[in-house]
Design a protein around this ligand. Structure first.
Ligand SMILES: *[C@@H]1O[C@H](CO)[C@@H](O)[C@H](O)[C@H]1NC(C)=O
Ligand SMILES: *[C@@H]1O[C@H](CO)[C@@H](O)[C@H](O)[C@H]1NC(C)=O
Ligand SMILES: *[C@@H]1O[C@H](CO)[C@@H](O)[C@H](O)[C@H]1NC(C)=O
Ligand SMILES: *[C@@H]1O[C@H](CO)[C@@H](O)[C@H](O)[C@H]1NC(C)=O
Length: 360
């Protein structure tokens, strides 16, 4: 793994370094069918409405009907996953006339400027733009964001990490947040380990035997993490297993506020205790509700937290599912948009996809 890759990741990054996989991991196959009455074999129903997968840093690219830029460099912007063949990606956008009414277009945060300059004036249909980036890149200029938002054909702009990328007025009515997602990167063992624990957990049910998990933290956070309880590095599988057994997990900001850990936790039915602003990250729930996220936390003393937190919070685990977010974006916009209709998100099996449907 390159040094550069290490820098892009966010808050759980140090577990990545331990690439030696835990070889005692049991095969899922023998237990897959345990206790489940799923429509297997002939007549297997389409497992998701659109056939999506697990929400990762590549989901914006995969879900949107179009991806800009239109060059082979798309891969560089985090749309594609190694090793190839990776999951399908959306169609590449070359010229504005390719677009139809109500289409979704993924424009990486690094490309917003170019999209605004080269494509915006040519728009003749109403579209929704979605922007994000795996890496901690520079934000688009306020001028570009202003032009994007004031173009009548841009119905809405969804962007990750609004405090950093939302421009001069991140409260603008056309701006909405967009989720970050899990790490999914080629041969990195994190995603396979996560899937193993996630699917095992869906089948066996969750058994929360620990209240708050203070796991290993990377070196992000500008030194403020020294006051946050944490433990030594763990192997990915052990880490996710411990997370799945915990009701809450300490989940401070990464290099940006959003980080993999928030989503890893939600998928495992664990509430992340975050520093997130409840408005800029409103896609994760409204403040004051019982999860799935604790917003704006400033207390990291476990004793104090234990006394204050709801012992039985509800976690909307389906937020780990790409389909959830397509529906969510549709709801924010107010009608159904056109998405990519791929059927192999994250390369999940039909059975794994049918397990995702079971999530609350
Ligand atoms: C776009 O959405 C509007 C609002 O729901 C709808 O009236 C229109 O038929 C849609 N057009 C297409 C091509 O999907
Ligand atoms: C389910 O729980 C049983 C009993 O603890 C365990 O042996 C099995 O490996 C678990 N299955 C999965 C898929 O995690
Ligand atoms: C949950 O885990 C505890 C401790 O490992 C165990 O005693 C208990 O039987 C488990 N409950 C369920 C419902 O699996
Ligand atoms: C955490 O809070 C408790 C109760 O207020 C206090 O007794 C304890 O010293 C605190 N622990 C740390 C590490 O600050």
């Amino acid at each position: 793994m390159s040094v550069k890759k290490l820098k892009v990741g966010l808050c759980v990054l140090l577990v990545v370094i331990i690439v030696k996989l835990n070889h005692d991991s049991r095969s899922l196959a023998p237990t897959l069918l345990q206790g489940l009455t799923l429509p297997l074999g002939l007549g297997l129903r389409r497992t998701t409405r659109r056939g999506g997968g697990i929400l990762t840093i590549h989901s914006g690219c995969r879900m949107s009907k179009w991806v800009y830029p239109s060059s082979p460099k798309v891969e560089k912007y985090g749309c594609k996953v190694h090793p190839t063949p990776g999951p399908d990606i959306s169609q590449l956008l070359y010229i504005p006339s390719q677009l139809e009414e109500n289409d979704t277009v993924f424009v990486p945060l690094t490309e917003v400027e170019r999209f605004v300059n080269d494509m915006l004036d040519g728009l003749s249909t109403n579209i929704v733009v979605i922007s994000g980036n795996w890496m901690d890149v520079e934000p688009p200029s306020n001028t570009a964001i202003y032009k994007l938002l004031t173009n009548p054909h841009v119905l809405k702009w969804f962007a990750q990490n609004l405090p950093k990328y939302g421009g001069a007025n991140p409260f603008h009515p056309k701006i909405a947040p967009f989720p970050y997602g899990l790490l999914e990167a080629g041969t990195n063992p994190i995603f396979p380990a996560y899937k193993e624990i996630l699917f095992g957990n869906i089948q066996n049910g969750s058994n929360k035997t620990n209240f708050i998990f203070a796991g290993p933290l990377g070196k992000h956070g500008n030194g403020k993490r020294t006051s946050i309880p944490q433990r030594e590095l763990m192997r990915p599988r052990d880490y996710f297993l411990q997370m799945s057994k915990s009701t809450y997990v300490l989940s401070p900001d990464g290099d940006r506020p959003e980080c993999y850990r928030h989503y890893e936790a939600i998928g495992l039915g664990t509430v992340p205790i975050t520093e997130l602003d409840p408005f800029f990250f409103r896609h994760l729930g409204s403040s004051g509700s019982n999860g799935p996220v604790i917003f704006g936390n400033k207390i990291w003393n476990l004793t104090v937290l234990e006394n204050e937190l709801d012992p039985n919070p509800f976690v909307k685990r389906s937020m780990i599912w790409e389909d959830y977010w397509m529906d969510w974006v549709d709801d924010v916009v107010g009608f159904r948009l056109h998405w990519n209709t791929f059927e192999s998100g994250n390369g999940l099996t039909d059975f794994e996809n049918s397990l995702l449907v079971l999530l609350d």
